[in-house]
Design a binder for this molecule. Structure first.
Ligand SMILES: [Zn+2]
Length: 67
């Protein structure tokens, strides 16, 4: 019964996901919502490269109302 060999891929493990630079808060934070990235206008790209502000998603998480 070796049940302690959990060594690998869990991308949702705490600390793995971090918000993009343009995010006000991590996804799913109460009082926030997705908005179009102001830098790439929602395209996810800037001059042919992935937008750093939104991580290439075209969306950023913004606070909606003082949550
Ligand atoms: Zn962007």
């Amino acid at each position: 019964m070796a049940n302690n060999d959990r060594s690998s891929s869990n991308p949702a493990a705490s600390g793995t996901i971090r918000p993009n630079p343009g995010d006000d808060a991590p996804p799913g934070t109460p009082g926030t919502g997705e908005d179009t990235c102001p830098r790439c206008k929602g395209t996810g790209k800037l001059q042919g490269q992935p937008c750093e502000n939104c991580g290439g998603t075209g969306m950023v998480t913004k606070g909606i109302a003082g949550g």
